[in-house]
Design a protein around this ligand. Structure first.
Ligand SMILES: *Cc1c(COP(=O)(O)O)cnc(C)c1O
Length: 824
C-alpha cells in the first residue's frame, strides 16, 4: 500500500487527457495485473503491454473487480473506454512513464532516508542483508526479490507507505540510458555501488561507460559507499563526485573504513579499524570472496546510518548461506516443496504463491507453512491480507508459525493449524499427513525454516542439477526476438527435456508462452499429459501407433513414411475420431521423413482420408550449425518449401510449416515459416557459437566436497593409481561419479571443477559414485560446494574436452541427481 495520491491532481500536473467520472479518486494501490486485484477501492489499473498481449485487454476484468481508476494507452479502442462507466480514465502516450511518475511522486512524499543500490553483482544480496540488519532498528521497505527493472523499481517505490522509516531500493540496468528513469524514482540519499562485472557488457562501449551509466543513480546522493580497491569504480567516483560524499572501504590503508578479513575453518572474522582508530570485530559464517565483499558493504552502510557495531554483529549472526531464491525441490512421500525460507514479507509471499499456483504437477493439497512477518508488524490488515491471499490462491491448508497469529486466528479458515514456534511444528510435522502435496515453506530468517525444509526433503545425496527458470525465460525470449512476431515456437522437451525434467520445464514453458511441445516417444507425451500439460504435443517417433493412446491424450504423431501413412489411414477409416498428424519430409538429413518419390502416393492417401488432419509439415536440417553447410541447408529449405507447397495445394490442408532448430533460428531466421523448433538453445547453449554471449546458462550441475585430505608428493590417488601428487597438497573427494553422468573421460585433469571461485583439476580416474579434485592451496573444506558445469566451467568447453557435444552431457545426467528449479 502506498501513501495516498489524488488521481485527478496527478493527471492535471502533467496536463494529461483525463476523464473524471468517479469520486473514488484517492489511490492507495496500483496494479498492472488484473488477476491480483484484491479490492477495487482506491485502486488504479495501469495497462502495460506484454510480449503477447496488450495491457488494455485486461481493463474490463479490472473493472469487473471494482476498479474505477485507469491509465490506458491513448490508442486503445473507444468502445473499451465507453464500457468503463463511472470511471476515471487517463489516456496516455506511455502508461509506463506514468507509472514511473506515480512512483516518483510516492517516493517524494516519503520523508525517511532512501538507500539506492546498484552494481553488476551482489545488489540483491546486499539489499536483502542490509534490510535484515536494519530491521533490528527500523521499519523498512525494500524491493521484493529482484524487482529492479524499469517496471519493477516503479512498483517497488509504490510500496513505500506512511509506516515505513527507511526504504532500500536496488536498480538494475541492462542498456545505456536506462538509469535516468530509475534515478528519478529512487532519488537515493545514501548510495551503494556493489561491484562492476561483465554482465550486459555487449550493450556498453566499455566498463567505464557502464560505471558512468550506473553512477547516474547517485547524482544527488548525500553519501556514496564503494570499495576503494575496486580500482575502476574507485577512480571514476573519485574523479566525478565531491569528496565529502564518498565513503570508501578497503582491505588496505587509505580508505575511510579498513575492513580486513581473516578466514578460519568455519567462517571469517572481519576486523574494522575506524577513522578514530577504534577497532571492532565482526564474525560471519561466510568464507567466499563475493559474500565477504557483500557483507562489508552492508557493515559500512549500517555504520554510516548510525547503527552500533554490537547490533550489526547480532544481525550478522542470522545471515546464512541460504539461497534467497525460490526453489522447487522434491520432498519425501511424493511431495513437492517450494523453499522460500529466507525472508518473509507480503510482497514476497504473493510472488511465492504466484509461483506455487503455476505448479500443476502435484496431485495433492496446496499447503502453506508461514511464519509471522516481522517486517510487517502485527496489525490486523496484515493478517487480513494473508487470509485473502489464502483464498485467492486456493490454499487447502494453512499452517501459521509464531505467537503473533494468536490474536488473529479468527481471520483464518477453521481447519488451519497454528504453532507457537518452529520447534513446535518440527515436532508435529507428522500431523500434516503429507502425501503428494505441494508445500510452500516461507519464513522470516529468524524462524530458521530451513530446518523444516530439511526434514521434509527427500533423502538423496547432495548432487543437484539446478535449472534456473529466469535464464530459461531469458533464452526463450532471445530466440523469440530473432523471428517475426506471430511465428510460433515449438520447444523440444524430448529426453526428459534434455535432462532438465520434462514436467517442470514443460509447465514453465506453458507459463511463458511456448506454443507447442515435442517429444521423441509416445510415453513421453503421455507423461506430460498426466502432469497437467495442455499445450499441443508432437510425437516424433511414435513407432507402431497406439491410436487410442494418442487420441486419448491428444498427442500429434509424426508420419514419416508411406507405410505408416497407409496403416494410419486404414486404422482411421474404422475410427470415428479425428487425428492431427505432422508430416516429416526428408530433404537431406536421411534420418526419418518421406522422400520425394513417396509424395505422389502420400498425397492421394491424404486426399481420401478425411479424418487425418495435417496439422504440420516439417523437415530437419542436417547442418544448420556450420557455415560450410550453407548451400546444402539452403537447398534443403528450398526443397522443403516446394514439396510442402505441393501437398498444401493438392490436399487443401492448412498445416503449420517448420524447419529450424536452435542453430537454424540463429543462422536462418528468414526461413522460420510458421513455427520454429527450439531445443538446446533454451538451456543457454548456442551451438553456432555466434550469440553465446547473449544467452544465460540455465543448467548448473553441482555437488559437495565429502572429504579433504592432505597428501604428500608422490602419493597416488584412485583406481589404477592414475593420479599422482606432483607436490605436497590437498585432494578433495566429490560426491559425483560416472553413474551420475559425470563422464569417465574427465579423468586425470581433462576437466576442472569450480570450488569457491577457483578452478581445481580432476585428479585420478573418475569412479562410479565419486571423483577427486586437486585443491592444493585453495582452502577447501568438507561440505564446500563444487560446480561441475554452469556459468563456469561451461558445458560447451567441457564437451569439447572429451570430443562430444553438450547434448550428450546434458541428457546423460543420471536419475539419482536431484533436479531443482529456481526463480530469483
Ligand atoms: C531435437 C530436435 C530439434 C531441436 O534441436 P536443437 O539442436 O536442440 O535445437 C529440432 N527438431 C527435431 C526434429 C529434433 O529432433
Amino acid at each position: 500500500m502506498m501513501q495516498a495520491i489524488n488521481f485527478p491532481l496527478f493527471a492535471s500536473k502533467f496536463a494529461k487527457h483525463f476523464t473524471n467520472n468517479s469520486d473514488n479518486i484517492m489511490l492507495l494501490n496500483v496494479v498492472i495485473d488484473s488477476r491480483k486485484i484484491q479490492s477495487g477501492n482506491n485502486t488504479l489499473f495501469v495497462a502495460l503491454d506484454g510480449s503477447r498481449y496488450a495491457g488494455w485487454e485486461f481493463a474490463s476484468d479490472a473493472y469487473d473487480k471494482g476498479v474505477r481508476n485507469f491509465i490506458l494507452p491513448a490508442n486503445c479502442p473507444t468502445s473499451l473506454i465507453k464500457s468503463l462507466e463511472d470511471s476515471n480514465v487517463l489516456l496516455s502516450t506511455s502508461p509506463l512513464k506514468d507509472l514511473q511518475q506515480l512512483a516518483q511522486l510516492n517516493r517524494e512524499n516519503f520523508k525517511g532516508p532512501v538507500i539506492g543500490i546498484t552494481g553488476s553483482n551482489g545488489k540483491t544480496i546486499v539489499k536483502e542483508w542490509l534490510a535484515q540488519i536494519l530491521s533490528a532498528k527500523y521499519n523498512l521497505w525494500k524491493n521484493p526479490k529482484s524487482y529492479n527493472s524499469q517496471i519493477g523499481v516503479a512498483l517497488s517505490a509504490l510500496g513505500i507507505s506512511q509506516q515505513h522509516q527507511v526504504a532500500i531500493l536496488e536498480a538494475g540496468i541492462s542498456a545505456p540510458d536506462e538509469m535516468a528513469a530509475l534515478t528519478q524514482i529512487i532519488q537515493p540519499q545514501l548510495g551503494i555501488f556493489t561491484n562492476i562485472g561483465s554482465a550486459h557488457d555487449e550493450h556498453f562501449e566499455d566498463t567505464r561507460a557502464k560505471i558512468e551509466e550506473k553512477c547516474k543513480l547517485f547524482q544527488s546522493a548525500k553519501y556514496l559507499i564503494y570499495r576503494k580497491d575496486q580500482t575502476q569504480v574507485g577512480q571514476y567516483l573519485e574523479e566525478n563526485f565531491d569528496p565529502s560524499v564518498l565513503i570508501s572501504w578497503s582491505d588496505k590503508a587509505g580508505a575511510d573504513y579498513i575492513l580486513s578479513v581473516k578466514r578460519h575453518n568455519n567462517g571469517s572474522k572481519i576486523y574494522l579499524i575506524g577513522k578514530d582508530f577504534q577497532t571492532y570485530t565482526f564474525l560471519t559464517s561466510f568464507r567466499d570472496q563475493a559474500s565477504l565483499e557483500n557483507i562489508r558493504h552492508v557493515i559500512t552502510a549500517a555504520l554510516s546510518l548510525g547503527m552500533k557495531p554490537e547490533i550489526i554483529q547480532q544481525g550478522l549472526k542470522l545471515l546464512h548461506a541460504v539461497d534467497m531464491r525460490l526453489t522447487l525441490k522434491s520432498g519425501s512421500k511424493g511431495c513437492k516443496l517450494i523453499d522460500d525460507s529466507y525472508n518473509n514479507d507480503l510482497a514476497g509471499l504473493e510472488l511465492a504463491l504466484e509461483f506455487m499456483s503455476q505448479q500443476i504437477t502435484a496431485s495433492g493439497r496446496k499447503i502453506l507453512i508461514l511464519s509471522e512477518m516481522q517486517q510487517e508488524g502485527k496489525e490486523e490488515v496484515v493478517f487480513q491480507k494473508i487470509a485473502w491471499l489464502l483464498k485467492h490462491y486456493s490454499i487447502d491448508l494453512f499452517v501459521g508459525v509464531g505467537k503473533g497469529f494468536a490474536d488473529f486466528k479468527h481471520l483464518f479458515p477453521a481447519e488451519s493449524d497454528f504453532y507457537e514456534s518452529t520447534d513446535m511444528i518440527l515436532r508435529n510435522l507428522e500431523a500434516l499427513s503429507l502425501s503428494n502435496d505441494l508445500v510452500l515453506i516461507k519464513g522470516a530468517r529468524a524462524y530458521g525454516f530451513e530446518r523444516v525444509v530439511q526434514k521434509l526433503e527427500a533423502l538423496a545425496h547432495e548432487t543437484i542439477l539446478e535449472i534456473n527458470l529466469n535464464s530459461l525465460r531469458h533464452n526463450f525470449i532471445h530466440y523469440r526476438q530473432k523471428i517475426k512476431p506471430g511465428t510460433k515456437i515449438m520447444v523440444m522437451v524430448k529426453a526428459f527435456a534434455y535432462g532438465g525434467g520434462a514436467a517442470e520445464i514443460a509447465n514453465y514453458l506453458q507459463e511463458i508462452g511456448a506454443d507447442y511441445l515435442s517429444v521423441a516417444y509416445t510415453d513421453e507425451g503421455v507423461f506430460l499429459r498426466n502432469n497437467g500439460i495442455t499445450l499441443p504435443i508432437m510425437v516424433m517417433n511414435p513407432g507402431s501407433y497406439h491410436l487410442e493412446l494418442l487420441q486419448e491424450h491428444a498427442l500429434e504423431p509424426v508420419v514419416y513414411n508411406l507405410n505408416q501413412l497407409k496403416s494410419l489411414s486404414n486404422a482411421m477409416d474404422s475410427n470415428s475420431g479425428l487425428l492431427s498428424v505432422h508430416l516429416e519430409l526428408d530433404t537431406g538429413m536421411r534420418r526419418l521423413g518421406m522422400s520425394d518419390q513417396e509424395l505422389d502416393e502420400a498425397i492421394s492417401i491424404l486426399q481420401q482420408c478425411s479424418n487425418l488432419k495435417v496439422a504440420g509439415i516439417f523437415t530437419h536440417l542436417a547442418g544448420a550449425d556450420e557455415a560450410v553447410h550453407k548451400d546444402f541447408t539452403l537447398s534443403q529449405i528450398s526443397s522443403f518449401e516446394s514439396s510442402s507447397n505441393r501437398i498444401i495445394q493438392e490436399t487443401g490442408c492448412k498445416p503449420i510449416r517448420h524447419c529450424l532448430n536452435s542453430a537454424g533460428i540463429i543462422r536462418y531466421p528468414e526461413f522460420a515459416f510458421d513455427m520454429v523448433r527450439l531445443g538446446i538453445g533454451l538451456y543457454g547453449i548456442e551451438v553456432n557459437q555466434l550469440e553465446q554471449d547473449k544467452l544465460q546458462p540455465a543448467m548448473t550441475l553441482k555437488t559437495v566436497v565429502s572429504q579433504v585430505r592432505t597428501l604428500q608428493k608422490g602419493e597416488t590417488i584412485g583406481y589404477g593409481r592414475k593420479g599422482e601428487m606432483k607436490n605436497d597438497g590437498e585432494v578433495a573427494t566429490l560426491a559425483i561419479g560416472y553413474a551420475d553422468g559425470y563422464d569417465r573421460r574427465f579423468s586425470n585433469g581433462k576437466a576442472t571443477v569450480l570450488i569457491k571461485g577457483q578452478m581445481a583439476p580432476i585428479i585420478g580416474n573418475v569412479c562410479m559414485d565419486m571423483c577427486m579434485a586437486d585443491v592444493t592451496g585453495l582452502n577447501v573444506f568438507e561440505g564446500d560446494e563444487a560446480i561441475l558445469f554452469g556459468a563456469r566451467p561451461s558445458i560447451m568447453d567441457l564437451a569439447a574436452k572429451i570430443e562430444t557435444i553438450p547434448y550428450e552431457l546434458l541428457t546423460g545426467i543420471g536419475p539419482r541427481v536431484k533436479r531443482q528449479y529456481i526463480l530469483d
